[in-house]
Design a protein around this ligand. Structure first.
Ligand code: NAD
Ligand code: LMR
Length: 329
């Protein structure tokens, strides 16, 4: 294998998502079985020792695609030459906290990291923000990286997308493979809107197959939107393996493309599509090809959907205004 390794930077490498993520990246699941990777791990000083322990375990796996591991608490070093950056490091929500509570706690992390990406990353850098509040953290990082095309900063709503696919498949007794064209709109928060009106199950319209608006409004949407809190309640810790899995899916799809006849959900900088104000990072239906994405255009939005999309987008506008008033953008 002679390909040049891809530099993948992971922040929060010693955390629970980091532990579930790094082995999958190193085994080739992020970028493909023919792409060697070099890992750059960023932690705060208190996390360095645990990150070193994880690096020892990575060595012990003897992954053929893993071409090196660097560990640092210096963002400028961590993002030097980065082709892919997974910004996971942040303080997770604990029981009783809403994501808004995290804005000031975590906002301060993403400005400096955005600047370090701007100054040191490779020209083809692709950034996925996982750390919450993911959409607004991605906005903060993007705003500190004026030399990087804005569309390279994305936020993770793939976990929500996967949760919605699983819930819908269960309801219809279908296989998850049969569900296509589902969309998460808006924020990665309890206001998000999982939309099945354009979704298909084995080629048929999913909303028609469900034919139960009460289930949709009172069970499906709240179950998906509040799943993060339900996991925290059940596990006593926020989702980790499923979040890492979604991060792998997000980047893999971004790099390798969506299958014909399907799309995915990604938090991306709005170009004004579907009335979402330009510049905020909102989840949309997107197709990907050759390492680029496009927001799916021309979908008809019912009143039921419009109200819910607008509510989540309003929350994103409020978060943007809050970080603006805190001087974070
Ligand atoms: P964790 O507390 O287990 O790990 C976070 C790690 O980040 C820690 O090791 C900490 O030392 C490190 N860290 C903190 N500040 C840092 C900084 N400035 N630079 C580098 N590293 C830093 O948390 P976790 O469970 O791994 O979750 C990480 C984040 O992901 C949280 O914000 C969580 O809410 C979020 N999350 C998002 C989604 C999503 O779908 N978008 C899903 C699950 C979790
Ligand atoms: C999740 O959706 O599981 C994470 O964002 C954790 C949380 O705080 O909800």
């Amino acid at each position: 294998m002679t390909r040049t390794p891809v530099n993948v930077t992971v922040t929060g490498a010693a955390g629970q998502i980091g532990y579930a993520l790094l082995f999958r990246i190193a085994s080739g699941q992020l970028l493909g079985a023919d792409t060697p990777v070099k890992l750059n791990l960023l932690e705060i000083p208190q996390g360095l020792k645990a990150a070193e322990g994880t690096a020892m375990e990575l060595d012990d796996c003897a992954f053929p695609l893993l071409r090196g591991i660097e560990i640092t608490d210096d963002a400028n070093k961590a993002f030097d030459g980065a082709n892919v950056a997974l910004l996971v490091g942040a303080r997770p929500r604990t029981a009783g906290m809403e994501r808004g509570d995290l804005l000031s706690a975590n906002g301060g992390i993403f400005g400096p990291q955005g600047k370090a990406i701007n100054d040191h990353a490779a020209d083809d850098i692709k950034v996925l923000v996982v750390g919450n509040p993911a959409n607004t953290n991605a906005l903060i990082a993007q705003q500190h990286a004026p030399d990087v095309p804005a569309e390279r900063f994305t936020a993770m709503t793939r976990l929500d997308h996967n949760r919605a696919v699983a819930q819908l498949a269960k309801k219809l007794g279908a296989s998850v493979d049969d569900i296509k064209k589902l969309t998460i709109w808006g924020n990665h928060s309890a206001t998000q809107y999982p939309d099945i009106f354009h979704a298909e199950v084995a080629g048929k319209n999913a909303a028609e197959a469900v034919n139960d608006e009460k289930w949709l409004a009172e069970e499906f949407i709240p179950t998906v939107a509040k799943r993060g809190a339900a996991i925290i309640e059940a596990r006593g810790a926020s989702s980790a393996a499923s979040a890492a899995n979604a991060a792998i899916d997000h980047v893999h799809t971004w790099v390798n493309g969506t299958p014909e006849g399907d799309w995915t959900s990604m938090g991306v900088v709005s170009d004004g599509s579907y009335g979402v104000p330009e510049g905020i990072i909102s989840s949309f239906p997107v197709t990907t090809k050759d390492g680029r994405f496009e927001i799916v255009q021309g979908l008809e939005i019912s009143d039921f959907s419009r109200t819910r999309i607008d509510a989540s987008v309003q929350e994103l506008i409020d978060e943007r205004d809050a970080v603006r008033s805190l001087g974070l953008i």
